[in-house]
Design a protein around this ligand. Structure first.
Ligand code: CU
Length: 159
């Protein structure tokens, strides 16, 4: 009886130990936190969805931005770009025309070149990898004249 109980306890410990070990490894190897932001809509609505993102300083993010509309949009968030450390901006789908970089326009000394604008053509998709450095509220909008006024505005809050 005692021997059987010992075996049961040993088996229980082994079954607990494996998942806990796997969980610890998964935590260490976990990649950036993925956040999805849609610029425009499939019905050509002038919107950002969601129009508010809540992020945290010190955490790595992968911001996936899509443009399902039939028109070009400019991802414009220079203050936000200056408040994060960008690792890379990757074009993963569709048609992205260009990335424009700012260095001194904001009157600050960015750690790295600051992304001023990403032009995302119809059907385009881009992935922006960064870590939040500075807390604050940062506007994000479409930089094409009249698109922001039509509703393509949003806010990124970094706590
Ligand atoms: Cu636009």
């Amino acid at each position: 009886m005692f021997k059987q109980l010992t075996i049961v306890i040993a088996a229980l410990c082994a079954s607990l130990a494996v998942p806990m070990g796997a969980q610890a490894a998964a935590t260490i190897e976990r990649g950036p936190i993925e956040v999805v932001l849609r610029f425009g809509s499939a019905t050509d609505g002038f919107e950002l969805s969601p129009n508010m993102l809540q992020l945290e300083t010190g955490k790595p993010y992968k911001l996936v931005i899509t443009n399902p509309s039939s028109t070009t949009h400019y991802i414009t968030a220079p203050e936000f770009a200056a408040a994060v450390s960008t690792r890379k901006v990757e074009i993963t789908g569709g048609n992205v025309e260009r990335k424009r970089f700012l260095r001194t326009k904001l009157g600050i000394a960015p750690r790295l070149p600051v992304i001023g604008e990403i032009e995302l053509r119809a059907g385009g998709k881009t992935e922006w990898y960064f870590t939040g450095n500075d807390a604050g509220r940062f506007p994000i909008e479409c930089g094409i004249p009249a698109h922001a006024q039509a509703g393509m505005v949003g806010m990124i809050i970094v706590d």
